[in-house]
Design a protein around this ligand. Structure first.
Ligand SMILES: [Zn+2]
Length: 426
């Protein structure tokens, strides 16, 4: 019997707004079809789906999009303004000169001005679109030198790119609170302007008592204004630093459980094992997540050990061409690739760990919900050219396609034409 017109019509009527066809998924056999509606994953199965728009993954790996756990977005592309001195101090030996490097780096703020910061930050956000970075914990220096010149353009970019790259803007007193009288008022002002997260950098204060006071004031502000907290803690080669612990304690005390991020915490890499375990226990109770950037310094958080203890640890780009790091493309696959080496995480388990640290685990650390490739999850996806995670990391190419909030926002290709005498089968 000939098919009725209605059946034929049905076959042609798209049932989804967007379909990603012929996808390889992590941990599942075979090829999959993903149906997307209203920014969510509406269907996931083996049978063909029809969409108003269709992307052919061609058997490539499709995963959740990337999340950058830590980024100094107001300082990107400033290395040429400041020169190499701070970089040398920050990355030397076991980072004993990290404090000195922060003082050197603050020279860039002598002519801090939103008019040149905005285009720099915009360029870095566009790179995030290219490389499939969907969420960024974006720090803006808020202190008596930077004033509000860094945070204001980031707040504007947050509105402009919402739904494509979501910026969680951190009002960050880079030069300390008690060390820099006036910074606290500026942080309060930045929060009133709409900064999402209250920052902090307690380890650079001049005593443990002042560091504790720094943490207390910022957590109190976060609790009062219903914000999250994100602090740079223990960012030097000194095992006596204990401000990560102070942050976890203050989160418990101020009702901020599950709402805080500890960034860097490099000194933990020098702790004796019992101290790491003690800190992990406290962090678990406080719901404190961590972000590490092992490519930006010779010393780093013991990421694999903390992950094994059940603590969520993300990776961050941290810097792009600034006083602390001379490279960077806002490409989290590159960060995962570098971290795989720095953390000696090159076996299958390690590769899974570093990839999750720039996708799903990073979302957990930043408090982003529904960042998962399953029915009901957010339709924030990257389509890779290759099918396995190892190949994807080997190439660390830009994703072939980037889907944000259910919409295609970037496509990239890379081709080489060989001009050789012999036949090439590459
Ligand atoms: Zn940093």
């Amino acid at each position: 019997m000939a098919p009725s017109g209605r059946q034929r019509l049905n076959r042609r009527v798209p049932t989804h707004q967007l379909v990603v066809a012929d996808a390889t998924l992590r941990g599942r056999d075979g090829r999959w079809q993903i149906g997307i509606d209203d920014g969510r994953i509406g269907a996931l199965g083996r049978k063909p789906l029809s969409g108003r728009e269709e992307l052919d993954a061609g058997g490539g790996l499709v995963t959740e999009s990337f999340v950058n756990g830590h980024m100094h977005l107001d300082k990107v592309y400033t290395l040429d303004r400041i020169g190499d001195a701070a970089l040398t101090a920050y990355t030397s030996g076991e980072m004993g000169s990290a404090l000195h490097s922060i003082e050197l780096a603050s020279a860039v703020k002598a002519d801090y001005d939103r008019s040149w910061i905005e285009p720099n930050a915009r360029r870095a956000v566009l790179e995030a679109v290219r490389y499939g970075v969907r969420h960024v914990l974006a720090f803006a220096d808020v202190d008596t030198k930077a004033r509000l010149e860094g945070v204001i353009p980031l707040l504007a970019l947050r509105e402009e790119f919402r739904g494509v790259v979501d910026l969680q803007v951190v009002a960050f007193p880079q030069d300390g609170l008690l060390r820099d009288p006036g910074a606290e008022e500026l942080v309060r002002e930045a929060v009133e302007l709409g900064a999402d997260v209250v920052g902090g950098i307690p380890w650079i204060e001049h005593s443990d008592a002042e560091a504790r006071e720094h943490v207390r004031r910022m957590c109190e502000l976060a609790a009062a204004q219903q914000r999250r907290v994100a602090m740079l803690v223990d960012d030097a080669g000194d095992p006596s630093l204990r401000t990560t612990e102070m942050l976890a304690e203050a989160m418990l005390e101020h009702g901020l459980v599950g709402r805080g991020v500890a960034n860097h915490a490099r000194a933990v890499g020098l702790y004796a094992r019992p101290s790491v375990e003690r800190l992990a226990g406290l962090a678990r109770r406080a719901g404190l997540g961590f972000v590490s950037d092992p490519h930006t310094g010779p010393l780093h958080l013991p990421v694999r050990e903390l992950t094994a203890m059940g603590i969520p640890v993300a990776l961050g780009q941290d810097d792009i061409e600034d006083a602390y790091y001379p490279f960077g493309r806002h490409h989290m696959l590159e960060i995962a690739f570098l971290a795989a080496h720095a953390l000696e995480a090159v076996d299958a388990t390690g590769i899974d760990l570093v990839y999750e640290a720039v996708t799903t685990t990073a979302a957990t650390v930043l408090g982003v919900t529904d960042h998962r490739l399953e029915v009901g999850g957010n339709a924030d996806l990257v389509v890779h050219e290759h099918a396995t995670l190892r190949e994807v990391l080997t190439q660390h190419a830009a994703p072939r396609h980037v889907v944000a909030s259910g919409r295609l926002v970037a496509s990239s290709t890379s081709t080489t034409t060989f001009h050789l005498d012999q036949e090439v089968n590459a």
